[in-house]
Design a protein around this ligand. Structure first.
Ligand code: PLP
Length: 404
């Protein structure tokens, strides 16, 4: 990176792609209201409709089935919290039963509400298919939300198989596809999803813009989830965010191109993981045996606490994140690792490295060097504790880590 830092946190957000940035500027300059019929309005609308086509192409869908939102969280809330899916013909007064995976993003878990059924996962993070079948068999129309790929572990769920089960039971399948663009191919129809949720800032676009893409005209919202001037074909009121939408469209186009380089990501990720194992033979790479995104490594090394490691990485110029969510200044244990039944030391020590198309080996090796220094310091700390004769203290430290 030009700044001399190594940015290895692409699952949190991606740098703005240069072409997307140019599109944002073009969107700012096209100042007309896209609902106006004069030339200025038509120019803004043209940019928006071009972006709609590009976003549809990213997921093999049709432009008329794309609803722009302020991001994935809004899209998820529209589908889950508002309970407006048209497939089952229900509305807020008689909502669908909502079934969600235990390792979904916080936006899905929160929007699903406390009455939702949480589907368990196994130790790798796979959805328990029997639990899904059993929950669907309990009757009543169901709205099922499962992510295609997990933001922490990178695990890819077998969405085709899950969607087939949901469809057979007459349910509505919402797929959080936020982590997929540019990393794995997406095709809404072959996946069997009724609706996909996207967020531009996860694939080189600007923040604060996302979309719901419906499979076809049948699976749209029964009524608006934001009441207003009838924009977005009556589904989301409010003047559209033209700069954001224009940036998202170009980022979607670039994400399709980036798929051709996914193999390079895998090679870089694998090279990183091989060095990691050489550096720390006792490292645990989470979901390593499962199908994962090409860019994600979640790992833990015994005795290395994630909160302290993150600060050390940052001081060494390396941006990574922990498997634990940080909110209001407190580090919380990851609900993903919790649901997977990960041991205490993995939950306390999980560090996520996520790379992108412009990541270099130089950046990755900076991360490895920082880790090496941290491990040496940890080794020294352990040696001095042993020298002081505190074997019991060491055992206690380990037990505490296991309980965290
Ligand atoms: N779903 C997943 C899997 C995510 O990783 C995120 C962002 O972290 C979201 C949903 C929410 O996206 P947004 O930032 O657009 O609200």
């Amino acid at each position: 990176m030009a700044s001399g830092r190594a940015y290895l946190d692409w699952n949190a957000t991606t740098p703005l792609h240069a072409a997307a940035k140019a599109a944002v500027v073009e969107g700012l300059e096209a100042f007309g209201n896209p609902s106006s019929i004069h030339a200025e309005g038509r120019a803004a609308r043209a940019l928006m409709e071009k972006a709609r086509t590009e976003v549809a192409a990213l997921v093999g869908g049709e432009a008329e089935n794309v609803v722009f939102t302020s991001g994935a969280t809004e899209a998820i809330n529209a589908l889950l919290a508002a309970g407006l899916c048209a497939t089952c013909g229900l509305d807020r007064e008689t909502p669908c039963r909502v079934l969600v995976g235990a390792t979904e993003h916080a936006a899905v878990l929160a929007a699903a509400g406390s009455a939702a059924t949480i589907l368990p996962v196994d130790g790798e993070g796979w959805i328990d298919m029997e639990a899904l079948r059993a929950a669907l068999a309990r009757g009543g129309p169901a709205l099922v939300a499962i992510q295609i790929a997990n933001n922490e572990t990178g695990l890819i769920q077998p969405i085709r198989e899950i969607a087939a089960i949901v469809r057979e039971a007459g349910g509505f399948m919402m797929v959080d596809a936020v982590q997929a663009p540019g990393k794995i191919p997406l095709d809404i129809k072959s996946l069997g999803a009724d609706a996909l949720v996207l967020s531009a800032h996860k694939f080189g676009g600007p923040k604060g813009v996302g979309a719901i893409v419906f499979r076809d005209g049948e699976t749209r919202l029964a009524r608006a989830f934001i009441l207003g001037g009838g924009q977005e074909r009556g589904q989301r009121g409010g003047t559209e965010n033209i700069p954001g939408i224009a940036g998202m469209g170009v980022a979607a186009r670039e994400a399709v191109q980036a798929l051709a380089d996914a193999e390079k990501l895998i090679q870089l990720r694998d090279r990183f993981e091989n060095h990691l194992k050489a550096l720390a033979p006792d490292v645990e790479i989470v979901s390593q045996r499962a199908l994962r995104l090409p860019n994600t490594t979640l790992f833990a090394v015994p005795g290395l606490a994630a909160d302290k490691a993150l600060i050390a990485f940052d001081l060494d110029g390396v941006a990574v994140s922990s498997g634990s969510a940080c909110s209001s200044g407190k580090v919380k244990t990851s609900h993903v690792l919790e649901a997977m039944g990960a041991p205490g030391w993995v939950k306390a020590g999980a560090i996520r490295v996520s790379i992108g198309p412009t990541t270099t080996w130089d950046e990755v090796s900076r991360c490895l060097s920082s880790l090496e220094r941290q491990l040496l310091r940890r080794g020294k700390a352990k040696t001095s504790e042993v020298a002081a004769g505190s074997h019991e203290d060491l055992a206690a430290t380990k037990n505490n880590a296991d309980a965290a």
